[in-house]
Write a protein that binds this ligand. Structure first.
Ligand SMILES: Nc1ncnc2c1ncn2[C@@H]1O[C@H](COP(=O)(O)OP(=O)(O)OP(=O)(O)O)[C@@H](O)[C@H]1O
Length: 382
């Protein structure tokens, strides 16, 4: 559809963000990536990426530096040509189209506004090149300024705005032509923590209100967990897991995802049975897994899932000594050395529990690792 024929965004019906979590009405695939590979000389930055993103979804590409997330975003935008594989947007193959022929708006980490243009002209940039008439451009710029809460800033220049405000203008500019896809490349990472938090919420509610399919690159797991409908966790050019924030957090598929998203104790164990492992000589019941008996594996349990007690009041408790206590606002993070072997276990405690038990460095305690939280992973290959 030509941008001129599109309705104004204020007429959009707000959508909910539960799309990815509840697939009761089958949503349409907005973006489909098939066996995408990217080589930089001998180096493979993306290895056979397959991915479907649904209309209205907010998807985050999350992973450590160099994992290929920006390369994947740039391939979607046509700013980087893939070495092989195909990309479809709304069933139309866009694999070889130049960026200007693709239907997206993009926001980069650095605000990338034109410093010599006013805020109004920055926002109007794409509208002018798409042939909107002057009256409509003026209207549209006002709509967008209202949308991002910067009414009255039309005549200002980028340098007169704060970093967060400039990034909101960049967002308005990206949304101006009502693109079918919004691409965000670490849009918050140049901002200070407080502004980042505020803008995170603003972007999320704007995305929900407009229902625009959005892909955001981030290396910040908290950002991904709070903003995304689904997270694509990447490492070394491959997708390790795709899932809702809850799925990724609660059911990581391997030790990499477990360690990268949230905090996770990862303890080396030997598999003893289909639902039991040996931590040193201590037998621990665990969640069912399919790793062979006798193999080395990794037990994953989150700090908030470990039970810390003063007394040895459950069989299978591990004797431990508190070696470090950290105050983290709403809870305390307690690091314990296991007495049986050279391993540390981190436990998150409510302040009231920590005070009741007089938790301090040097205190001897007992740790229980409940079976329902003991995930068993294959040993990491990377
Ligand atoms: N133009 C290029 N030439 C050669 N290698 C490149 C090029 N662009 C990216 N790479 C390499 O490809 C890999 C993936 O880069 P990419 O920028 O996609 O990573 P990323 O996950 O976005 O990391 P970051 O968060 O640090 O930006 C990196 O090892 C990078 O050095």
């Amino acid at each position: 559809m030509h941008a001129l024929q599109k309705s104004s965004i204020t007429a959009f019906v707000p959508q909910t963000s539960t799309l990815a979590g509840s697939h009761h009405s089958s949503p349409q695939v907005c973006l489909k990536i098939e066996a995408l590979t990217k080589q930089f000389g001998e180096f493979t930055a993306l290895k056979t990426i397959d991915l479907e993103i649904f209309e209205g979804e907010f998807v985050c590409f999350l992973g450590p530096s160099g994992c290929g997330k920006t390369t994947l975003l740039r391939a979607i935008a046509g700013l980087e040509m893939q070495s092989s594989g195909r990309i479809f947007q709304m069933d139309k193959e866009i694999s070889t189209l130049p960026p200007q022929k693709r239907d997206f708006g993009i926001v980069f980490q650095s605000y990338a506004l034109f410093p010599n243009l006013t805020i109004a002209d920055n926002i109007a940039y794409g509208l002018k090149s798409q042939g909107y008439c002057k009256t409509r451009i003026r209207e549209r710029v006002q709509e967008l300024l209202t949308l991002i809460g910067l009414e009255g800033s039309d005549a200002k220049y980028p340098a007169q705005l704060s970093g967060g405000q400039q990034q909101r203008v960049a967002l308005a500019r990206a949304l101006a032509t009502e693109p079918g896809l919004l691409l965000l490349d670490e849009p918050l990472s140049a901002l200070d923590a407080r502004v980042r938090l505020h803008l995170r919420q603003q972007i999320k509610s704007l995305q929900q209100a407009l229902g625009v399919t959005t892909v955001m690159v981030t290396h910040d797991q908290e950002e991904a967990l709070t903003m995304a409908d689904r997270i694509v966790v990447m490492n070394h050019g491959v997708i390790e897991q795709i899932g809702t924030p809850k799925e990724i957090y609660r059911h990581p598929v391997n030790a990499f995802v477990a360690g990268f998203v949230g905090s996770m104790n990862l303890l080396p164990v030997e598999v003893a049975s289909a639902s039991g492992v040996l931590l040193g000589i201590q037998h621990l019941p665990c969640l069912p897994h399919e790793i062979n008996n006798g193999d080395s594996a990794c037990l994953g349990i989150r700090p908030e899932e470990v039970v810390l007690t003063e007394q040895d009041d459950a069989s299978g408790s591990l004797e431990a000594r508190v070696v470090h206590v950290e105050y983290l606002g709403s809870f305390m993070r307690v690091t314990c050395d296991l007495l049986m072997q050279e391993q540390q276990v981190v436990v998150d405690l409510q302040h009231t529990d920590a005070e009741r038990m007089n938790i301090a460095v040097g205190r001897d305690v007992f740790l229980q690792l409940p079976q329902c939280y003991c995930r068993i992973f294959e040993q990491q290959v990377h």
